[in-house]
Write a protein that binds this ligand. Structure first.
Ligand code: PLP
Length: 405
Protein backbone atom coordinates (compact mmCIF):
# COMPACT_ATOMS: atom_id res chain seq x y z
CA UNK A 1 0.00 0.00 0.00
CA UNK A 2 1.36 3.42 -0.78
CA UNK A 3 -0.23 6.78 -0.28
CA UNK A 4 1.15 10.10 -1.43
CA UNK A 5 0.72 13.06 0.86
CA UNK A 6 2.55 16.16 1.96
CA UNK A 7 4.74 15.57 4.97
CA UNK A 8 4.45 18.31 7.58
CA UNK A 9 8.16 18.52 8.31
CA UNK A 10 9.64 18.45 4.83
CA UNK A 11 8.16 20.30 1.88
CA UNK A 12 7.93 17.29 -0.39
CA UNK A 13 5.60 14.57 -1.46
CA UNK A 14 5.90 11.47 0.69
CA UNK A 15 4.98 7.83 0.35
CA UNK A 16 3.56 5.98 3.33
CA UNK A 17 4.33 2.29 3.43
CA UNK A 18 4.97 -0.36 6.07
CA UNK A 19 8.26 -0.17 7.90
CA UNK A 20 10.99 -1.93 5.95
CA UNK A 21 11.55 -4.41 8.75
CA UNK A 22 7.97 -5.68 8.53
CA UNK A 23 6.78 -7.86 5.70
CA UNK A 24 2.99 -7.69 5.76
CA UNK A 25 1.14 -4.67 4.48
CA UNK A 26 -0.88 -2.65 7.00
CA UNK A 27 -4.62 -2.79 6.65
CA UNK A 28 -5.00 0.95 6.44
CA UNK A 29 -3.64 4.25 7.52
CA UNK A 30 -3.71 3.36 11.20
CA UNK A 31 -0.15 2.30 10.61
CA UNK A 32 0.97 2.91 14.21
CA UNK A 33 -1.18 0.00 15.34
CA UNK A 34 -0.18 -3.62 15.16
CA UNK A 35 3.53 -2.80 15.15
CA UNK A 36 3.62 -0.95 11.83
CA UNK A 37 5.65 2.18 11.37
CA UNK A 38 4.83 4.96 9.02
CA UNK A 39 7.66 4.96 6.56
CA UNK A 40 7.87 8.23 4.71
CA UNK A 41 9.74 8.10 1.46
CA UNK A 42 10.38 11.57 0.17
CA UNK A 43 10.01 12.08 -3.52
CA UNK A 44 12.34 15.07 -3.30
CA UNK A 45 15.23 14.27 -5.56
CA UNK A 46 18.22 16.56 -5.20
CA UNK A 47 18.95 18.21 -8.51
CA UNK A 48 22.72 18.00 -8.01
CA UNK A 49 23.06 14.42 -6.81
CA UNK A 50 19.92 12.89 -8.27
CA UNK A 51 19.44 11.13 -4.93
CA UNK A 52 16.13 10.54 -3.22
CA UNK A 53 15.93 10.97 0.55
CA UNK A 54 14.01 8.13 2.18
CA UNK A 55 12.59 8.57 5.68
CA UNK A 56 11.61 5.70 7.94
CA UNK A 57 9.94 7.39 10.87
CA UNK A 58 8.70 6.11 14.20
CA UNK A 59 4.99 6.61 14.83
CA UNK A 60 4.25 9.86 16.65
CA UNK A 61 3.18 7.91 19.74
CA UNK A 62 6.67 6.41 20.07
CA UNK A 63 8.62 9.63 19.71
CA UNK A 64 10.12 11.54 22.60
CA UNK A 65 10.93 15.19 23.20
CA UNK A 66 13.48 17.32 25.03
CA UNK A 67 13.20 16.69 28.78
CA UNK A 68 12.35 19.44 31.27
CA UNK A 69 15.45 18.82 33.39
CA UNK A 70 17.97 19.71 30.67
CA UNK A 71 20.41 21.13 33.20
CA UNK A 72 20.74 17.71 34.90
CA UNK A 73 21.76 15.95 31.68
CA UNK A 74 25.49 15.81 30.99
CA UNK A 75 26.40 17.30 27.60
CA UNK A 76 26.09 14.87 24.71
CA UNK A 77 24.61 11.89 26.54
CA UNK A 78 21.00 11.97 25.32
CA UNK A 79 20.05 11.42 21.67
CA UNK A 80 16.89 11.98 19.66
CA UNK A 81 14.62 9.40 18.01
CA UNK A 82 16.01 9.57 14.48
CA UNK A 83 19.30 9.94 12.64
CA UNK A 84 20.43 10.45 9.06
CA UNK A 85 22.78 8.12 7.19
CA UNK A 86 24.10 7.52 3.69
CA UNK A 87 26.88 5.36 2.30
CA UNK A 88 29.68 5.85 -0.20
CA UNK A 89 30.93 3.15 -2.53
CA UNK A 90 31.84 2.81 -6.21
CA UNK A 91 32.82 6.47 -6.19
CA UNK A 92 29.46 7.95 -5.14
CA UNK A 93 27.16 8.63 -2.21
CA UNK A 94 23.89 6.72 -2.15
CA UNK A 95 20.88 5.70 -0.06
CA UNK A 96 20.38 8.86 2.00
CA UNK A 97 17.90 7.95 4.72
CA UNK A 98 16.41 9.34 7.92
CA UNK A 99 15.59 6.41 10.18
CA UNK A 100 15.25 5.54 13.88
CA UNK A 101 18.44 6.13 15.93
CA UNK A 102 20.25 2.82 16.15
CA UNK A 103 23.73 1.32 16.58
CA UNK A 104 25.79 1.05 13.44
CA UNK A 105 27.26 -2.27 12.46
CA UNK A 106 30.95 -2.24 11.48
CA UNK A 107 33.25 -4.97 10.26
CA UNK A 108 36.09 -5.39 12.84
CA UNK A 109 38.48 -4.60 9.98
CA UNK A 110 36.66 -1.32 9.14
CA UNK A 111 39.50 1.05 8.30
CA UNK A 112 38.29 3.86 10.58
CA UNK A 113 38.91 1.57 13.55
CA UNK A 114 42.52 0.98 12.56
CA UNK A 115 43.78 4.03 10.71
CA UNK A 116 41.57 6.78 12.10
CA UNK A 117 40.07 7.95 8.82
CA UNK A 118 37.15 9.90 10.21
CA UNK A 119 35.94 13.49 10.38
CA UNK A 120 33.04 15.19 12.06
CA UNK A 121 31.32 18.51 12.73
CA UNK A 122 29.58 20.20 15.62
CA UNK A 123 26.75 22.65 15.17
CA UNK A 124 23.49 23.57 16.92
CA UNK A 125 19.80 24.20 16.26
CA UNK A 126 18.24 26.87 18.47
CA UNK A 127 14.61 27.29 19.45
CA UNK A 128 12.82 30.64 19.56
CA UNK A 129 9.19 29.84 20.29
CA UNK A 130 7.98 27.98 17.22
CA UNK A 131 11.00 29.05 15.18
CA UNK A 132 13.96 26.70 14.71
CA UNK A 133 17.24 28.33 13.75
CA UNK A 134 20.59 27.03 12.50
CA UNK A 135 23.74 29.14 12.79
CA UNK A 136 25.97 29.31 9.68
CA UNK A 137 25.24 25.69 8.67
CA UNK A 138 26.87 26.11 5.26
CA UNK A 139 30.16 26.95 6.98
CA UNK A 140 30.08 23.72 8.98
CA UNK A 141 29.40 21.64 5.90
CA UNK A 142 32.17 23.42 4.02
CA UNK A 143 34.55 22.73 6.90
CA UNK A 144 33.47 19.08 6.91
CA UNK A 145 34.53 18.86 3.28
CA UNK A 146 37.86 20.57 4.02
CA UNK A 147 38.47 18.07 6.83
CA UNK A 148 37.46 15.21 4.52
CA UNK A 149 39.85 16.38 1.81
CA UNK A 150 42.73 16.54 4.30
CA UNK A 151 41.99 12.95 5.35
CA UNK A 152 41.61 11.78 1.72
CA UNK A 153 37.90 11.12 2.15
CA UNK A 154 35.09 11.93 -0.30
CA UNK A 155 33.32 15.29 -0.26
CA UNK A 156 29.60 15.47 0.41
CA UNK A 157 27.36 17.56 -1.79
CA UNK A 158 26.92 20.72 0.29
CA UNK A 159 23.41 21.67 -0.86
CA UNK A 160 22.10 18.13 -0.47
CA UNK A 161 23.69 17.74 2.96
CA UNK A 162 22.18 21.02 4.13
CA UNK A 163 18.83 19.76 2.95
CA UNK A 164 19.17 16.39 4.73
CA UNK A 165 20.25 18.17 7.89
CA UNK A 166 17.30 20.55 7.80
CA UNK A 167 14.87 17.65 7.24
CA UNK A 168 16.30 15.74 10.19
CA UNK A 169 16.18 18.78 12.49
CA UNK A 170 12.66 19.57 11.35
CA UNK A 171 11.48 16.01 12.07
CA UNK A 172 13.17 16.18 15.51
CA UNK A 173 12.03 19.70 16.41
CA UNK A 174 10.30 18.48 19.58
CA UNK A 175 13.77 17.61 20.88
CA UNK A 176 15.05 21.19 20.72
CA UNK A 177 14.99 22.36 24.33
CA UNK A 178 13.26 25.70 24.91
CA UNK A 179 15.22 26.59 28.05
CA UNK A 180 17.69 29.50 27.83
CA UNK A 181 21.23 28.34 27.05
CA UNK A 182 20.00 24.99 25.72
CA UNK A 183 20.01 23.79 22.11
CA UNK A 184 20.02 20.74 19.88
CA UNK A 185 23.63 19.73 19.19
CA UNK A 186 24.16 18.34 15.69
CA UNK A 187 26.96 15.88 15.00
CA UNK A 188 27.57 15.08 11.30
CA UNK A 189 30.23 12.33 11.06
CA UNK A 190 32.02 10.50 8.25
CA UNK A 191 34.03 7.31 8.77
CA UNK A 192 35.87 4.81 6.57
CA UNK A 193 34.02 1.49 6.71
CA UNK A 194 35.81 -0.60 4.09
CA UNK A 195 37.11 -3.78 5.78
CA UNK A 196 40.84 -3.90 5.06
CA UNK A 197 44.09 -4.14 6.97
CA UNK A 198 46.69 -2.13 5.14
CA UNK A 199 47.22 1.61 5.12
CA UNK A 200 45.61 3.50 2.27
CA UNK A 201 42.51 5.64 1.82
CA UNK A 202 39.36 3.52 2.05
CA UNK A 203 36.89 3.28 -0.78
CA UNK A 204 33.75 2.80 1.37
CA UNK A 205 32.42 5.39 3.83
CA UNK A 206 29.46 5.96 6.08
CA UNK A 207 28.15 9.47 6.71
CA UNK A 208 25.66 9.98 9.50
CA UNK A 209 24.12 12.78 11.54
CA UNK A 210 22.96 12.35 15.13
CA UNK A 211 21.29 14.94 17.35
CA UNK A 212 21.62 15.54 21.08
CA UNK A 213 19.61 18.04 23.15
CA UNK A 214 22.17 19.86 25.30
CA UNK A 215 22.54 22.45 28.03
CA UNK A 216 25.76 24.40 28.67
CA UNK A 217 29.03 22.58 27.83
CA UNK A 218 30.47 23.49 31.22
CA UNK A 219 27.98 22.67 33.93
CA UNK A 220 28.86 25.85 35.84
CA UNK A 221 27.38 27.86 32.94
CA UNK A 222 28.75 31.30 32.00
CA UNK A 223 31.49 31.37 34.65
CA UNK A 224 35.25 31.90 34.21
CA UNK A 225 37.21 28.67 33.79
CA UNK A 226 40.76 27.78 34.77
CA UNK A 227 43.01 26.34 32.04
CA UNK A 228 46.25 24.40 32.32
CA UNK A 229 48.95 25.34 29.82
CA UNK A 230 50.45 22.10 28.52
CA UNK A 231 54.23 22.21 28.37
CA UNK A 232 54.68 18.51 27.66
CA UNK A 233 52.11 17.26 25.13
CA UNK A 234 51.29 19.15 21.94
CA UNK A 235 48.02 18.97 20.02
CA UNK A 236 49.09 19.48 16.42
CA UNK A 237 52.24 20.11 14.43
CA UNK A 238 52.96 22.04 11.23
CA UNK A 239 51.90 20.01 8.23
CA UNK A 240 49.70 17.77 10.39
CA UNK A 241 45.94 17.59 10.75
CA UNK A 242 45.31 20.25 13.42
CA UNK A 243 43.04 22.26 11.12
CA UNK A 244 40.85 19.23 10.39
CA UNK A 245 38.06 18.13 12.70
CA UNK A 246 39.30 14.58 12.86
CA UNK A 247 39.03 12.09 15.70
CA UNK A 248 42.77 11.61 16.35
CA UNK A 249 43.24 15.27 17.33
CA UNK A 250 40.92 14.74 20.27
CA UNK A 251 42.48 11.42 21.29
CA UNK A 252 45.90 13.10 21.20
CA UNK A 253 44.66 15.67 23.70
CA UNK A 254 43.26 13.27 26.26
CA UNK A 255 46.42 12.69 28.30
CA UNK A 256 47.05 16.38 28.90
CA UNK A 257 43.33 16.93 29.54
CA UNK A 258 43.41 14.28 32.25
CA UNK A 259 46.39 16.00 33.87
CA UNK A 260 44.60 19.34 33.63
CA UNK A 261 41.46 17.97 35.27
CA UNK A 262 43.58 16.45 38.02
CA UNK A 263 44.98 19.95 38.65
CA UNK A 264 41.48 21.43 38.92
CA UNK A 265 41.40 22.89 35.40
CA UNK A 266 38.62 22.63 32.82
CA UNK A 267 40.69 22.26 29.66
CA UNK A 268 44.21 22.43 28.26
CA UNK A 269 45.64 25.58 26.71
CA UNK A 270 47.83 24.27 23.89
CA UNK A 271 51.14 25.78 22.83
CA UNK A 272 52.76 25.31 19.43
CA UNK A 273 54.40 21.92 18.94
CA UNK A 274 57.71 23.33 17.75
CA UNK A 275 58.84 25.77 20.45
CA UNK A 276 56.11 25.37 23.11
CA UNK A 277 55.98 29.14 23.08
CA UNK A 278 52.97 30.40 21.18
CA UNK A 279 49.33 29.97 22.20
CA UNK A 280 47.24 27.85 19.82
CA UNK A 281 43.80 26.92 21.17
CA UNK A 282 42.14 25.41 24.22
CA UNK A 283 40.34 22.06 24.34
CA UNK A 284 37.34 22.50 22.07
CA UNK A 285 37.68 26.28 21.83
CA UNK A 286 39.63 28.92 19.94
CA UNK A 287 41.17 31.52 22.22
CA UNK A 288 41.01 35.32 22.37
CA UNK A 289 43.03 37.70 24.54
CA UNK A 290 42.17 41.34 25.15
CA UNK A 291 45.30 43.42 25.74
CA UNK A 292 44.44 47.03 26.67
CA UNK A 293 42.61 48.06 23.50
CA UNK A 294 43.70 45.23 21.20
CA UNK A 295 41.76 41.96 20.75
CA UNK A 296 44.03 39.14 19.62
CA UNK A 297 43.55 35.57 18.46
CA UNK A 298 46.17 33.18 17.06
CA UNK A 299 46.28 33.06 13.25
CA UNK A 300 45.06 30.11 11.17
CA UNK A 301 48.39 28.61 10.19
CA UNK A 302 47.14 25.03 9.87
CA UNK A 303 47.58 23.81 13.44
CA UNK A 304 44.29 25.06 14.92
CA UNK A 305 40.69 24.48 13.97
CA UNK A 306 39.22 27.41 12.00
CA UNK A 307 36.31 27.94 14.35
CA UNK A 308 33.05 29.35 13.06
CA UNK A 309 32.46 31.05 16.41
CA UNK A 310 36.01 32.48 16.17
CA UNK A 311 35.18 33.94 12.77
CA UNK A 312 31.88 35.35 14.07
CA UNK A 313 33.64 37.04 16.99
CA UNK A 314 36.20 38.57 14.60
CA UNK A 315 33.37 39.98 12.47
CA UNK A 316 31.48 41.38 15.48
CA UNK A 317 34.55 42.91 17.13
CA UNK A 318 35.71 44.54 13.88
CA UNK A 319 32.21 45.91 13.32
CA UNK A 320 32.28 47.40 16.81
CA UNK A 321 35.44 49.29 15.89
CA UNK A 322 37.84 47.33 18.07
CA UNK A 323 41.43 46.81 17.03
CA UNK A 324 41.49 43.14 16.17
CA UNK A 325 44.59 41.19 15.21
CA UNK A 326 45.17 37.61 14.18
CA UNK A 327 48.76 37.28 15.33
CA UNK A 328 51.02 34.96 17.26
CA UNK A 329 50.86 35.49 21.02
CA UNK A 330 53.51 33.94 23.26
CA UNK A 331 52.59 32.49 26.60
CA UNK A 332 55.24 34.83 28.08
CA UNK A 333 53.42 37.86 26.67
CA UNK A 334 50.22 36.62 28.31
CA UNK A 335 51.60 35.77 31.74
CA UNK A 336 53.52 39.07 31.86
CA UNK A 337 50.34 40.84 30.80
CA UNK A 338 48.36 39.24 33.63
CA UNK A 339 50.91 40.69 36.07
CA UNK A 340 51.00 44.16 34.53
CA UNK A 341 47.25 44.34 33.97
CA UNK A 342 47.74 44.56 30.19
CA UNK A 343 45.78 41.33 29.75
CA UNK A 344 42.28 42.50 30.61
CA UNK A 345 40.22 39.55 29.40
CA UNK A 346 40.59 36.12 27.90
CA UNK A 347 37.88 33.88 26.51
CA UNK A 348 37.38 30.73 24.46
CA UNK A 349 34.95 30.40 21.54
CA UNK A 350 33.19 27.33 20.16
CA UNK A 351 29.81 25.96 19.18
CA UNK A 352 29.57 23.89 22.37
CA UNK A 353 31.40 26.34 24.65
CA UNK A 354 29.81 29.45 23.01
CA UNK A 355 31.89 32.25 24.64
CA UNK A 356 33.61 30.91 27.75
CA UNK A 357 35.41 33.38 29.99
CA UNK A 358 38.92 32.31 31.04
CA UNK A 359 39.63 33.43 34.59
CA UNK A 360 42.90 31.75 35.44
CA UNK A 361 45.90 30.01 33.82
CA UNK A 362 48.04 27.32 35.42
CA UNK A 363 51.48 27.49 33.81
CA UNK A 364 54.61 25.71 35.02
CA UNK A 365 53.00 25.13 38.40
CA UNK A 366 52.01 28.81 38.95
CA UNK A 367 48.59 30.41 38.76
CA UNK A 368 48.02 33.57 36.75
CA UNK A 369 44.77 35.43 37.21
CA UNK A 370 43.26 37.08 34.14
CA UNK A 371 41.95 40.59 34.90
CA UNK A 372 40.08 40.39 38.18
CA UNK A 373 39.14 36.75 37.55
CA UNK A 374 35.54 37.74 36.73
CA UNK A 375 33.68 37.87 33.42
CA UNK A 376 35.04 40.84 31.43
CA UNK A 377 32.76 43.40 29.79
CA UNK A 378 33.80 42.54 26.22
CA UNK A 379 33.38 38.83 26.93
CA UNK A 380 29.86 39.47 28.19
CA UNK A 381 28.97 41.77 25.32
CA UNK A 382 30.14 39.18 22.78
CA UNK A 383 28.25 36.41 24.57
CA UNK A 384 25.03 38.47 24.63
CA UNK A 385 25.31 39.51 21.00
CA UNK A 386 26.28 36.11 19.63
CA UNK A 387 23.65 34.17 21.56
CA UNK A 388 21.10 36.89 20.72
CA UNK A 389 21.73 36.31 17.01
CA UNK A 390 21.78 32.53 17.39
CA UNK A 391 18.46 32.44 19.28
CA UNK A 392 16.90 35.05 17.01
CA UNK A 393 16.37 37.65 19.74
CA UNK A 394 18.87 40.12 18.19
CA UNK A 395 18.90 41.30 14.57
CA UNK A 396 21.17 39.30 12.27
CA UNK A 397 22.70 41.76 9.80
CA UNK A 398 25.19 39.13 8.60
CA UNK A 399 22.70 36.54 7.33
CA UNK A 400 24.19 33.90 9.64
CA UNK A 401 20.92 32.43 10.85
CA UNK A 402 18.93 30.04 8.71
CA UNK A 403 15.39 29.11 9.68
CA UNK A 404 14.28 25.47 9.48
CA UNK A 405 10.73 25.20 8.15
C1 PLP B 1 39.62 21.81 18.60
C2 PLP B 1 38.54 22.81 18.44
N1 PLP B 1 38.87 24.11 18.30
C3 PLP B 1 37.95 25.05 18.12
C4 PLP B 1 36.59 24.74 18.10
C5 PLP B 1 35.57 25.81 17.86
O1 PLP B 1 35.03 25.70 16.56
P1 PLP B 1 33.54 26.21 16.26
O2 PLP B 1 33.48 27.61 16.72
O3 PLP B 1 33.40 26.09 14.79
O4 PLP B 1 32.64 25.33 17.02
C6 PLP B 1 36.21 23.40 18.28
C7 PLP B 1 34.78 23.03 18.26
O5 PLP B 1 34.29 22.63 17.26
C8 PLP B 1 37.19 22.42 18.44
O6 PLP B 1 36.86 21.12 18.60
Amino acid sequence: MTLRLAHASCPAVCIIRPHAALSAAPSGLTACHGGYYLSVSMAMTNSVTGMELVTDLLPESERGHAPDNMHDIPFGTLFTDHMFSMTYSDGRWHDPCIHPYRPISLDPAAMCLHYGQGVFEGMKAYRNGEHVLLFRPADNIRRLNRSAERMVMPRVDEDATRYYLKCLVSIERAWIPPQPGCALYIRPTMVAVEPKLGVRAANKYLFFIVLAPVGPYFKEGFKPVRLMVSTSDARAANGGVGAAKTMGNYAAGLRATKLAEGAGCKQVLWLDACERKFIEEAGTMNVFIKFDDELVTPPLTGTILPGITRDSVLVLARDWGLTVNERRVSIDEVVEGTGSGKVEEMFGTGTAAVITPIGELLYQGKDYRVGNGEVGSLTRRLYDELTGIQYGTHPDPYGWVVEVE
